[in-house]
Design a binder for this molecule. Sequence first.
Ligand SMILES: Cc1cc2nc3c(=O)[nH]c(=O)nc-3n(C[C@H](O)[C@H](O)[C@H](O)COP(=O)(O)O)c2cc1C
Length: 355
Amino acid sequence: MYRTLLRPLLFNLDSERAHHLALGAARFAGRIGMRPIVEKCFELEDPALSTDCFGLHFKNPIGLAAGFDKNVHAVEMLAALGFGFIEIGSITGQPQPGNPTPRIFRFPADQAIINRMGFPSDGADAVAPRLQEVRRSPNSALLGVNLGKTKAVALDNALDDYLYTFSRIKDYADYVALNVSSPNTPELRKLQERSRLEALFRGVQRDNSRGIPLLVKVAPDLEPAQVDEVLACCLDCGVSGIIATNTTFSREGLSRPTEETGGLSGAPLRKRSLEMVRYISRQTQGKLPIIGVGGVFCGRDAFELISAGASLIQIYTGLIYEGPGLVRKVKSELLGLMKESGISRLGELVGKANK
Ligand SMILES: Cc1cc2nc3c(=O)[nH]c(=O)nc-3n(C[C@H](O)[C@H](O)[C@H](O)COP(=O)(O)O)c2cc1C
């Protein structure tokens, strides 16, 4: 129904309007008590898909990637689609509007999106009470919170900005992702340099008395030597995991040239994300848990990322093209592929292709 009915309607609208409409509808559905019905429609859990990672128990490994619900408007209904975890954000320390619109562009022939959102965020003070509210209601999905840097804050003062957001949200997060890889905030990716990343991570860790798992989200455009630096820093500092990857500057995989600036996601990113996951898993001998993200549209994409070393995966662009039924479909296909390969628990699949 999504592909034949809803998607053509939504794709007739400007991308960001369609997104707000979908989030608004989800929020409304939540308010009028539709959650149990939606949950029933998309239900599919199997103990074979459950997994433990950075000290947390995930009922399944499929997560919603950051950027979809930046300001915590529809967490409960998104969880009802069957995600094992939801990553909200990126949240910035101060409220900011992001880049001028239009700033999201679809490329349907390539199942891709280019975005240059630039972290539109209600800011930490506004988002924290919403998170607290979400925490009050029973929620079966785990909650990750993704932190970004306020644009007006100089790179040298980034730690203070991340620390402020962390102080506001830390009581409500199951894990926290430090986003140092969005292509749409000037200089942000410099935080992936070893000395800056180490200062950022150690600074946040000092205030992390609850021991919340801290993860780092990286760009797919890093050279191998730069990835090695990030990994050395993660292993030295005790980072709990790495999210690979954010959107790319590359335009490889697009069938028509485009002048639009921003980060590319969806099917064209799949190959690069898979390579990054495989590389990280091999370089760390599987010691650093990986959340694989980029171009997941079906169970086989998830299967490949997990066998390349991802413990968990996330989806964003696939949801725009395939609709809300995608989560269930990925789980069901993943289970089928595991069965075919004689794998009875998800943990056995993680990094299998590297052994
Ligand atoms: C419109 C849009 C907004 C995004 N916003 C964020 C964000 O705020 N923070 C972040 O870490 N990643 C953000 N991302 C990146 C996604 O979380 C994900 O890493 C990337 O899109 C690759 O996954 P996909 O191919 O499944 O979309 C955004 C992606 C899109 C398409």
